[in-house]
Design a binder for this molecule. Structure first.
Ligand SMILES: Nc1ncnc2c1ncn2[C@@H]1O[C@H](COP(=O)(O)OP(=O)(O)OP(=O)(O)O)[C@@H](O)[C@H]1O
Length: 240
């Protein structure tokens, strides 16, 4: 589904990713683990076309997408829920969700039943349902984060990139986010997940990659990584 080979990317002269390989198979959840500054967000940005890779290839359903503009990549079926609360603050919750479906309304994706999917998103995120007419900018931080995630799903994407969906959320909302990820997984949604809660990410994921200083140091089934002493010591110890 999503296949990344020898990806290099960075910012100006600063190289962050030094040739990484990642595979995200259909209907699987893959997690990318790493410490602060390892390059996780940079990887997500390079995949979705927010920054241009300097080398390597990214294929989505067999089509090379590296070098393409991000709106074009979205039309090919990749949704990115970025780090931080990227919502349209002056639009309602409802309109933010419809904007997520925009490529479907312009013929860029199979149209499907947008209205039904809107209702499904509301069922998945009851907090948003209660606030569907509220301006997104007036939602709490956690609610905005959920809206960003729900908006990504509204594309009906082949692959969803979730960058720190639980960042800054109260523990009860963190649990809710992981429940939603598990539910999406059970519905066959393909996801690449970056999460500070590595243990929880490895619970919901099928496969994981550990990124260290822009290189993949370890990868394997989530089950294997959960028991890998080096991974446990570095990422799953107390406090994670
Ligand atoms: N816009 C930018 N311009 C310049 N350097 C950047 C930019 N964004 C990130 N970097 C640098 O790239 C490196 C990797 O950052 P990235 O955000 O990908 O890390 P991360 O693994 O997602 O970390 P975190 O867990 O802290 O979010 C860091 O050294 C960071 O300072």
């Amino acid at each position: 589904m999503l296949s990344i080979r020898n990806l290099e990317a960075g910012y100006g002269k600063v190289k962050v990713l030094h040739g990484i390989d990642i595979d995200v198979p259909k209907a699987k959840v893959v997690t990318l683990i790493g410490s602060n500054g390892a390059g996780k967000t940079t990887t997500m940005r390079a995949i979705s076309g927010m920054i241009q890779p300097t080398s390597g290839s990214i294929s989505l359903n067999g089509t090379r997408v590296d070098g393409m503009a991000s709106h074009h990549i979205a039309r090919l079926g990749l949704a990115h829920s970025p780090e931080g609360r990227r919502v349209f603050p002056r639009s309602s919750v409802n309109d933010n969700l419809l904007l997520g479906a925009f490529p479907r309304l312009t013929g860029g994706r199979p149209k499907g039943d947008v209205k039904a999917d809107l209702e499904r998103a509301m069922e998945l995120f009851p907090r948003l349902k209660e606030r569907r007419t509220q301006l997104a900018g007036t939602l709490s931080g956690g609610e905005q984060q959920m809206l960003a995630m729900a908006r990504a799903i509204m594309l009906n994407p082949d692959v969803v990139l979730l960058d720190e969906p639980s960042m800054g959320l109260a523990p009860i909302l963190v649990e809710e986010v992981f429940r939603i990820i598990a539910r999406l997984k059970s519905e066959g949604v393909t996801m690449l997940l970056v999460e500070q809660f590595a243990a929880a990410a490895l619970q919901v994921a099928d496969y994981g990659y550990v990124l260290e200083n822009g290189r993949i140091s370890v990868h394997g089934s989530a089950e294997r990584l959960r028991h890998d002493p080096a991974v446990v010591a570095a990422y799953l110890g107390g406090g994670h």
